[in-house]
Design a binder for this molecule. Structure first.
Ligand SMILES: Cc1ncc(COP(=O)(O)O)c(C=O)c1O
Length: 437
């Protein structure tokens, strides 16, 4: 197999970094171990194409939104029609009713909805709703989970080692950005995930101050780590008992594990849920869905571009496409084909991996053969460096995986031929890893 050459990407990065901070528009666009990121020219279906003319089979999905693949025709056609009517109106529109009604029909917790433009904003709005509804201030957030880049959110999202996380019973708060105002996180309580006993201990002492528990229903940003049987139902029960708002951050799981999100998949209904990424087929858009009493707590959603007509049109087209019969069965089929193929190859090359999928989210962790229980176990046991080497080598042969901790995004556009080709590349990569190449 020939390795891809990416000289033009390199040259472009050298120029761009002189005028654009970090040379990329979001820190995730360049992996920490990359000298320069591959510079993309376009994406179509399951593939992306770089400025050097290389074609990649893509499992990054632009960090999640491209559930219908790149350039989804059904979405783009509707957006083009909307552009002729106005890209922005900042007003009530008939489509807002249609989308809101549709969301209340497909998402279990959605008695009412509101709109934002990114997951970061929508989670902040959810915090405010929870505080208004309960009259309390504090939030419980779990270590290793990412809910956005705002001061209050970017706390304990990552760590270099378990030691950095501090005591399990009273984890240390970790801040991740220079300039981050730490006082805003005074109201954030950090806990390990998948541990109901510890959560109950904290709630039994401090519930009078705690407005919300925010969690990803699957810890997609680490591992991903799966909820242990009964954990989400336990969260639901504790939140109700202690009068705390349960927020599911479904920014990644939303529309990927089931049309109604992870809450439908696991049959646990939160009070509020936040959706972004895949909701609008690649257009920036976010929604909060929730119980009427919480949504009507008197917090008004403000924002010039909230519910903008392009996002609304794109979301309607995306959700209507996903409603077609067989879409989720097909996604599950193609995800299984890939993850079972990787597992078989790992076995052949005696590479220890845990690889599985839920809906269109794949999980690939090196150094473990079962799911991690929480972020601490993941940090202790996962072979993160090996995963990085795997990602780098696969990219050199034309397959793109996310650099962050083993999440694989499938789309409706991945074909069986894509999976076969991907597995050939992975076989080559495993052989090289074993040979120490
Ligand atoms: C689980 C989760 N929540 C929230 C966010 C923030 O969303 P956005 O990047 O749209 O602000 C992300 C982004 O990656 C995420 O993965």
């Amino acid at each position: 197999m020939e390795k891809f050459k990416t000289e033009k990407s390199k040259a472009l990065f050298e120029q761009t970094r002189l005028v654009l901070v970090d040379g990329v528009a979001s820190s995730f666009h360049k992996a920490a171990d990359e000298d320069y990121p591959v510079c993309l020219e376009r994406g179509y279906g399951s593939k992306v194409y770089d400025v050097d003319g290389n074609e990649y089979i893509d499992y990054i999905a632009a960090f999640g939104p491209m559930l219908l693949g790149y350039c989804p025709d059904a979405v783009n056609q509707v957006v083009i029609k909307q552009l002729a009517k106005g890209s922005q109106l900042a007003a009530a529109t008939p489509e807002l009713y249609r989308l809101s009604k549709l969301l209340t029909e497909i998402i279990p917790c959605a008695e009412k909805v509101s709109y934002q433009n990114s997951g970061t904003e929508a989670n902040l709005h959810a915090f405010r709703l929870a505080r208004a509804y309960t009259g309390k201030q504090k939030l419980i957030k779990f270590e290793g989970q990412y809910h956005g880049w705002a001061d209050e959110e970017k706390v304990s999202i990552d760590a270099d080692s378990v030691r950095d996380l501090g005591d399990r019973e009273a984890p240390r708060k970790l801040y991740h950005s220079k300039g981050q105002r730490q006082e805003t996180a005074d109201d954030v309580i950090i806990l390990p995930w998948n541990d109901l006993a510890l959560l109950e201990q904290v709630l039994s002492k401090q519930a009078g101050e705690i407005a919300a528990i925010i969690t990803e229903p699957i810890m997609c940003d680490s591992g991903p780590i799966l909820p242990q049987p009964g954990y989400l139902a336990g969260l639901r029960e504790l939140a109700t008992r202690y009068r705390v708002v349960l927020i599911f951050d479904e920014v990644i799981t939303g529309f990927r594990v089931a049309l109604g999100g992870a809450q439908q998949y696991y049959q646990v209904v939160p009070d509020l849920a936040v959706f972004a990424k895949a909701i609008a087929g690649g257009y920036p858009f976010a929604a909060i869905a929730g119980k009427r009493a919480v949504m009507d707590a008197g917090v008004h959603a403000s924002g010039t571009f909230n519910g903008n007509p392009v996002g609304v049109a794109a979301a309607l087209a995306t959700l209507e496409t996903l409603q077609a019969e067989g879409v989720y069965e097909r996604l599950e089929f193609i995800s299984r084909l890939l993850t079972e193929g990787i597992t078989a190859l790992a076995c052949k090359y005696q590479e220890t991996v845990f690889c599985t999928c839920i809906g269109s989210i794949g999980i690939l962790v090196f150094g473990m053969n079962k799911p991690a229980a929480d972020f601490r176990e993941f940090l202790e046991q996962a072979a993160l460096l090996r995963y990085q080497q795997f990602v780098k080598k696969a990219r050199e042969y034309g397959v793109r995986f996310t650099a962050r901790r083993g999440r694989i995004y499938l789309s409706t556009q991945h074909t069986e031929a894509d999976i076969q080709k991907t597995l050939q590349v992975i076989e080559q990569v495993f052989a090289e890893l074993q040979g120490g190449l």
